[in-house]
Design a protein around this ligand. Structure first.
Ligand SMILES: Cc1cc2nc3c(=O)[nH]c(=O)nc-3n(C[C@H](O)[C@H](O)[C@H](O)COP(=O)(O)O)c2cc1C
Length: 295
């Protein structure tokens, strides 16, 4: 098993990098091979918008960003981390998203993914949303998302000044580093475990699979078909992944989605639920009864 961790913060000692290194340690301790890449340290030009990658399957700029995309295609899992900049991902991360062949080439197809978004005030959820969408639209499985707020430079500053404000305003000096690390450790352990489980089981996440199904089959497929030879690079990649052709919705995914819907109905306290889904092959007909499912 191999995971690639990508740090989208320009600061290698910041809270984003700290969180990503904790995840790295959790994975290494479980015997997973890890490559840690800081986008600030690689050679990465902006996307030129030439669209030649759609036709050829590779970027016309042969720099480290292109090599990193090739590494991601071979990995079993990806972790993407970013600080929040103006309620969005960092410029470095955005450049990599533009260069990385993610959505149109389905780069993360079937891979387990974790996203990390840090911020100090407002907007970290928006940054996280960008990464979550990227993962799901690119065919990845979102095993975990670590999204939290922390004072800027928290890991580098021994004592932070705190003003409790209000009528009884008083200034206090506090060391938040241990609090932050405890918080990060707990979240990272949980996400790393889930990621390892997802890499081993190959199980789909029902809701995510459904969203991906809609995006791929309704949003992208006919668009790519219409482009024909201009998108030959994309078609070749889809063929390699086994997703070119008509609607792509594997039997496994069908089961997962059916079970997911059934489970939700059970939670809604329906007394008796029978779900029948059909497939062209009669052997694939499933009849699931709530009581059987529950047992
Ligand atoms: C240019 C810039 C813009 C920022 N914009 C936001 C923001 O919109 N919302 C927020 O919560 N924090 C914002 N921050 C704070 C950082 O997101 C936050 O401190 C982050 O955790 C820093 O991560 P790092 O230590 O890995 O660099 C901004 C910081 C910078 C330098």
């Amino acid at each position: 098993m191999k995971v690639i961790i990508i740090n989208g913060s320009p600061r290698n000692q910041g809270i984003t990098a700290t969180t990503l290194h904790v995840l790295e340690k959790e994975l290494l301790d479980s015997g997973v091979k890890v490559d840690f890449v800081s986008l600030a340290e690689i050679e990465m030009a902006h996307c030129l918008g030439c669209c030649s990658c759609f036709m050829t399957g590779h970027c016309c700029i042969r720099d480290d960003a292109e090599k990193l995309s090739e590494l991601i295609a071979e990995a079993d899992g990806i972790i993407l981390g970013t600080p929040t900049y103006a309620s969005n991902v960092s410029g470095l991360m955005k450049d990599f998203i533009d260069r990385g062949h993610f959505v149109i080439e389905q780069l993360l197809h079937g891979k387990a993914c974790v996203i990390v978004a840090t911020g100090e005030n407002y907007g970290n959820k928006d940054a996280a949303k960008v990464l979550k969408k990227l993962v799901i639209y690119s065919g990845g499985k979102l095993s975990g998302s670590i999204v939290f707020k922390a004072p800027f430079n928290i890991m580098a500053t021994e004592k932070q000044v705190v003003d409790h404000g209000g009528k009884n305003s008083r200034i206090e000096y506090r060391d938040f580093r241990n609090d932050a690390l405890n918080h990060i450790n707990k979240k990272c352990r949980k996400a790393a475990r889930k990621m390892i489980r997802d890499m081993h089981s190959g199980k789909a996440h029902p809701m995510q699979s459904l969203i991906h199904f809609i995006v791929l089959n309704i949003g992208i497929r006919s668009f790519v078909r219409k482009k024909g030879k201009l998108y030959q690079g994309v078609i070749d990649k889809w063929t390699k992944l086994g997703i070119y052709g008509s609607f792509h919705f594997s039997m496994r995914t069908t089961y997962e989605v059916a079970y997911g819907i059934l489970d939700s109905l059970c939670c809604m306290r329906f007394k008796h639920v029978i779900m029948i889904t059909s497939h062209a092959d009669p052997q694939h007909q499933i009849a699931v009864e709530k009581d059987v499912w529950k047992s």
